[in-house]
Design a protein around this ligand. Structure first.
Ligand code: NAG
Ligand code: NAG
Ligand code: NAG
Ligand code: NAG
Ligand code: NAG
Ligand code: NAG
Ligand code: NAG
Ligand code: NAG
Ligand code: NAG
Ligand code: NAG
Length: 456
């Protein structure tokens, strides 16, 4: 189901003019840090400020990282201010409130981001923004917020689209539609709940041929975009609706980035999720360009991956031109992890001001080209940049492999020419090479080479 939809989507791609914010905000992928993958709900002002200070002290700010984003669980759980209807920060966790925290982040020369959900509650069951979009956008602007991550938990029933596939769930019919037609949008009032006491659809797949731009999910996210745009403050808008309703077909007209999949996993689960997300996103890269991009979710570097896995995760996330939001206790990173996250070749590729398109697979490797496979995604990637062609060779297997970047296979290179090659992890020049470059790639590792202007 997912496979068919993704292929249909790939070939149906066309340019959709998108959100362009003032001063180039959102033109390139956001770089920063977000509290979720490090702390989940256990977040407070000292952790936010520790991350902000570490971004400066450890050189992340100088490398281009800019946003410090507070994720879920920051407000009072009980509800909104009874008089103003504003969200209320929990001052036990945030003694200086949100504007005080924002000021301190701004004083470091960084930007401040926050979180809400297009539902009655956030995923952590704090008050959500559905129905309060304008008040919340005004409040975020008044606090000095520069970035909003907007989640999709707890939509109230009248805002749920009745048109998605939910394979294997007995509450849904065989083509995956819930009680009816995909073209006739009927509010669903009974079946869907996140409280586990009524039917729960764990995975939603789009149904081919549906115009999801006209559906409730797109509308919900559009309403918050309009509310943010109505403010006298530039607020980067990051959609987090997990790829439902083919968000890539309408995300560019709505926000600066959109999650194209469910969450990246944690701990032991995250490597397999990295491969799964990479596989899905490899079929969606037509939708990434300047001003709008697929978001393969935040980084897990520092959270228990191996060195090789961290190489692969960071390199491919940078090359797919997703936002790069670190998600760990920065003060606990090793020097090697810091140098991965600050790799100047990969960051420059991600932030290229001249070329907006991401790298793409030019060959799948073990599997035939265009095979949709969650454990063996495309292994051979290339992309053009202002400084030459970047090539990445991913080894998803559990054994060391010899892998070759063969010029004749790489669309950006000329088989008859030689190129100066830089090994991207070490920054070492390998010299002027012809025909191909070989690498011994350890299990789960990725070799990355930058090919400069032809030397002969
Ligand atoms: C997204 O919108 C921007 C700004 O209008 C445009 O430059 C870009 O090409 C669009 N992206 C895609 C993938 O169509
Ligand atoms: C505020 O946060 C503290 C510390 O986590 C918690 O004990 C308290 O219940 C929270 N208050 C509200 C109103 O949510
Ligand atoms: C579908 O509609 C029928 C009849 O209106 C109703 O009894 C049933 O509960 C609905 N099923 C779902 C999953 O909403
Ligand atoms: C669970 O959700 C259903 C449907 O929204 C609602 O009727 C029910 O009261 C909820 N149950 C609990 C325990 O929250
Ligand atoms: C999809 O719906 C949107 C919003 O209603 C509309 O602007 C657009 O033209 C529709 N696209 C197609 C292909 O019908
Ligand atoms: C908008 O913000 C700018 C910069 O903070 C300020 O100079 C300007 O007066 C504001 N405009 C309005 C209409 O509030
Ligand atoms: C810091 O890193 C060490 C070793 O990787 C780990 O055991 C520890 O749990 C980490 N601490 C935090 C706060 O992340
Ligand atoms: C190109 O190289 C220059 C000089 O090293 C660097 O400043 C710039 O960021 C690089 N740009 C890209 C897209 O690699
Ligand atoms: C994915 O590809 C590998 C390698 O070819 C193969 O062994 C595996 O069966 C494939 N998985 C599926 C679900 O097809
Ligand atoms: C690699 O090893 C892990 C753990 O033993 C296993 O689950 C996984 O399927 C293996 N992956 C491949 C590509 O063989």
């Amino acid at each position: 189901m997912a496979r068919i939809s993704i292929f249909a989507a790939l070939y149906g791609a066309s340019t959709v003019l998108g959100l362009e914010l003032p001063n180039g905000v959102g033109r390139l992928p956001a770089l920063g840090w977000n509290s979720w993958n490090a702390y989940f709900c256990d977040v407070d002002q000292s952790k936010i400020m520790q991350a902000a200070n570490a971004m400066v002290d450890l050189g992340f700010k100088d490398a281009g990282y800019e946003y410090v984003v507070l994720d879920d669980c920051w407000s009072e759980q009980g509800g909104r201010d009874p008089v103003t209807s504003r969200l209320v920060p929990n001052t036990t966790k945030f003694p200086d409130g949100m504007s005080g925290t924002a000021d301190q982040v701004h004083d470091l020369g960084l930007k401040y981001g926050m979180y809400s959900s297009a539902g009655t509650m956030t995923c952590g069951r704090y008050p959500g923004s559905l129905g309060y979009e304008m008040i919340d956008a005004e409040t975020f602007a008044a606090w000095g917020v520069d970035y909003l991550k907007y989640d999709n938990c707890f939509p109230s029933p009248e805002w749920i689209d009745d048109c998605f596939a939910c394979n294997g769930d007995p509450n849904f019919d065989s083509v995956g539609k819930v009680n009816g037609s995909c073209t006739d949008e009927t509010p669903v009032t009974s079946y869907y709940s996140w409280n586990n006491t009524s039917p729960f659809c764990a995975y939603e797949f789009p149904v081919d041929g549906v115009n999801y731009t006209a559906k409730y999910t797109a509308l919900k996210f559009k309403i918050m975009e309009r509310a943010l745009l109505a403010q006298n403050r530039t607020i980067l808008y990051s959609l987090c609706e997990w790829g439902v309703d083919q968000v890539w077909t309408w995300g560019n007209a709505t926000g600066s980035s959109w999650r194209m999949s469910n969450d990246i996993g944690f701990g032991d689960a995250s490597w397999s999720r990295i491969l799964e997300i990479l596989n899905v996103n490899s079929f969606l890269l037509d939708w990434t360009d300047f001003w709008g991009r697929n978001d393969p979710d935040m980084l897990e570097v520092g959270n228990g991956l191996s060195l090789e896995q961290e190489h692969s995760h960071f390199a491919l996330w940078a090359l797919m031109k997703g936002p790069l939001l670190m998600g760990t206790d920065l003060t606990n990173l090793t020097q090697t992890q810091i140098s991965i996250l600050q790799n100047k070749y990969l960051l420059a590729f991600n932030q290229d001001p001249i070329i907006g398109k991401p790298a793409r697979p030019y060959k799948w490797g073990i599997n035939p080209d265009y095979t949709f496979n969650s454990t063996h995604p495309a292994m051979y990637w290339s992309g053009a940049s202002s400084n030459g062609t970047m090539v990445a060779l991913l080894n998803p297997t559990n054994e060391t492999m010899m892998m070759s970047a063969v010029y004749a296979e790489i669309p950006q290179l000329d088989a008859g020419k030689s190129y100066p090659v830089t090994e991207v992890w070490s920054g070492e020049s390998v010299g002027c090479k012809s025909d191909s470059v070989e690498a011994e790639v350890a299990a789960h590792d990725t070799a990355v080479f930058l090919f400069g202007e032809a030397c002969s």
